[in-house]
Design a binder for this molecule. Sequence first.
Ligand SMILES: [Zn+2]
Length: 279
Amino acid sequence: MSSRGPDALVTREVDLLVSKLLGELNVPYGSLGTRVIAQLTDLKKILSTDYMEVPALPPKPLLKELAHIVESDIKQHTSTYGGLADLGSPALMSHLEHLFGPRELELRAEPYRTGAGLSLRGFYCRADVGPKSKFVIFVNTAHHPGAVAATLGHELGHYIYGSLVGEKAAHTAFMEGAFANHLLEQDELFADSLVALAAYSTDSFDRIAGIGQLKPGSSDDLFKQIKSAYKLIGPRFNLDFSTLDVAKGKAQAAWRVRYLTSMAHFLKLRYALHKSAGV
Ligand SMILES: [Zn+2]
């Protein structure tokens, strides 16, 4: 077998998996526009990456610390299923400020859909306003509430990372269609880990029979695992990919693929955290 053999087999397996997933999303594989094809590149990268091998995965002690924060600080201040929808509550915000300040947390939640607006899920910005140093989080509420919650969780992850590890950039944006880029940066994966830990407790592993690395012949298993994760997450947030209409017309299919990519990313990350740090 040539050295390219195994890669070619994985590529074929990813294609198989993607066509099954697109069938579920009511996106016909044969008639995809250019916008969907660009999104598929990101999806395929997420599906084919072995998350255990990602060098930017934060170190074990840091992940254990984060898991502890999610269980004992974040979930204690959120009322529903330790979920993400009420992450913006003033009680949680002031609790996190108390733990991870001195920067004050400021949350701005507004719909932003014109032009490239929807692609921007959110961003943070560190600023000194008079004597106060602030960490301002913007979340784009034009998205589905489940996606908004994930964005807010991600940005709070940056706030906590800045306190535990050190502040990186003064500001950064969370864009759609760029999950593969998150695999390259430790602070981005840390921020995503907060979302993954809050979304899937170890209890939920009973309902999703683990998620393995995509190998030749394993696309059926992975498909079932993604589907069972969706059955778990979808009803929580009233999220139905097949009727999702974040945007109108042709853009719709691209958005369904983006949301699916997002879900697959958090799911794979969740299992990698469990395997690598036992959380
Ligand atoms: Zn980020």
